[in-house]
Design a protein around this ligand. Structure first.
Ligand code: 5BU
Length: 452
């Protein structure tokens, strides 16, 4: 394979970038003009391009490839031919007749679709495409771009949680062309001036610190959680998905010093006993200063949820500080959860989850408007008045073979501005859960600080 530089110089001969004075759509005068469509006119170059793009990607993650119309369509097709990852075609507008489909081809909801774009500028058109693809029930985690014009688009998408891979940046190609004397120093200077002056600098949204969130906090449980986070310098929640009281208590005692909360699925404890399971668990929570979060995922009408919350053998209302609940039953269904912090399920981490962009938007409306809700579980950013809890976190990026998908602590703090990570098997299945909890806690705290 040729070097990236050699490849670029060959492609450049097709006239994909022109230098001079060009008036852009926006009325601004630009010293260069980019049009990557001629790349498809040379099959050899198009094929090599596909190779370079594929080389940058974790290919096992993708079920489908889709190009953003039109310039990226041949690129996506070439990548599909080289990688055997099936192609889907996104229309610019839905057909007015027949199926009204926006995406053509064979796909299933939940599949992860790699998006291919020729040039990224502000990223606006990509955001629209992503939304349309997600609305069809597909997942988008990665976007590959041939040329980044460095006008903020990449950063904006990364902040929204997408991995953006770019083959070339405009600075890089200007540098290459300068090295081979295609551009004079004056031209380079003019281009750099333009880039510096015209970079619609992405106003990076700074995340709120825990201190700031605490100041704005209006729910006692949310405040308590934030106080513990600051006291213990931890944003780790361990998911204790173990099957016996003994294992639960042992785990809670071991990881207790490292965590802000212990998340339970109390109904999987085979020998559950209110006195033998819950009383010592409450004691451990006091001893190590952590909260109890029952991951009950309520999903019913208000009356039933009230009964499930306060009755039955688990009597969740007696001991849990927080509960998770779907919001599918509407806002009133959350009224029953008194004296606990409700964590609304907005987006799920599993492959094929039905929590697409439209669902999440509606779920957030319910979550934000209900006084019992302190936060949301999601794999996307949420408004800053909600605390964000993110499960599906592991040092190991392999899924579990049952649909769970994992991302690293760094990823979720950097890209999603998560407040708390939830780690289950990464800790309780580790040879030494105590050491594992310490490792996740330090990495996650460091990632939080870096995201500030
Ligand atoms: P794991 O072992 O780290 O994969 O466990 C994750 C836990 O978080 C597990 O208890 C799930 O029930 C829970 N979870 C999740 O993984 N993904 C979600 O979207 C939601 C909850 Br909501």
């Amino acid at each position: 394979m040729k070097s990236k530089k050699e490849f670029f110089l060959e492609a450049y001969k097709l006239g994909i970038i022109k230098f001079g004075r060009f008036t852009l759509k926006s009325g601004i005068e630009s010293p260069f003009y980019v049009d990557l469509r001629p790349l498809a006119s040379d099959p050899k170059i198009l094929k090599s391009l596909a190779g370079y793009l594929l080389e940058m990607l974790p290919l096992d993650n993708f079920d489908l490839i889709c190009g953003v119309p039109y310039a990226a369509l041949p690129m996506a097709t070439a990548m599909s031919l080289e990688s055997y990852i099936p192609l889907v075609i996104k229309r610019k507008e839905a057909k007015a007749y027949g199926t009204k489909k926006l995406i053509e081809g064979i796909y299933r909801k939940g599949q992860n679709c790699l998006l291919v774009e020729d040039v990224i500028t502000s990223g606006k058109s990509l955001v629209e495409t992503i939304e349309e693809v997600e609305n069809e029930g597909l997942k988008v985690s990665d976007i590959i771009v041939v040329l980044d014009r460095q006008q903020g688009g990449r950063e904006m998408l990364q902040q929204r949680g997408y991995n953006v891979h770019t083959l070339f940046t405009i600075t890089e190609v200007v540098q290459i062309l300068k090295e081979v004397d295609h551009l004079t120093d004056e031209e380079v200077e003019r281009i750099n001036d333009f880039l510096n002056g015209n970079q619609v600098k992405f106003a990076e949204q700074k995340r709120l610190t825990y201190e700031e969130k605490l100041k704005n906090c209006d729910h006692s449980v949310g405040c308590r959680l934030l106080e513990i986070a600051l006291e213990k310098k931890s944003n780790l929640i361990v998911s204790a998905d173990v099957l016996t009281t003994d294992e639960l208590l042992r785990l809670a005692d071991k990881v207790g010093p490292q965590i802000v909360a212990l998340k339970t699925h109390i109904d999987i404890i085979t020998d559950f006993d209110p006195d033998k399971t819950l009383l010592p668990l409450k004691d451990l929570a006091t001893k190590h200063n952590f909260l109890l979060m029952e991951d009950r995922k309520f999903a019913d009408i208000g009356n039933t949820q009230e009964l499930q919350f306060t009755h039955g053998m688990y009597r969740i209302s007696n001991w849990a500080d927080m509960v998770t609940s779907h919001v599918i039953g509407g806002s009133r269904a959350l009224d029953a959860f008194l004296n606990v912090g409700v964590i609304a399920i907005v987006g799920m981490s599993s492959n094929g989850a039905l929590t697409d962009a439209h669902y999440r938007e509606e779920a957030l409306k319910v979550a934000e408007s209900h006084p019992n809700v302190i936060g949301a579980v999601s794999q996307n950013t949420v408004p800053e008045n909600l605390l964000l809890f993110t499960p599906g976190v592991s040092f190991d990026s392999e899924g579990d073979g049952k649909g769970q998908q994992y991302r690293s602590p760094e990823h979720v703090f950097r890209n999603l501005q998560t407040d708390f990570i939830i780690v289950g098997r990464g800790i309780y299945k580790a040879e030494d859960p105590e050491t594992a909890a310490l490792a996740y806690r330090s990495k996650a705290w460091e990632a939080y600080q870096q995201s500030l």
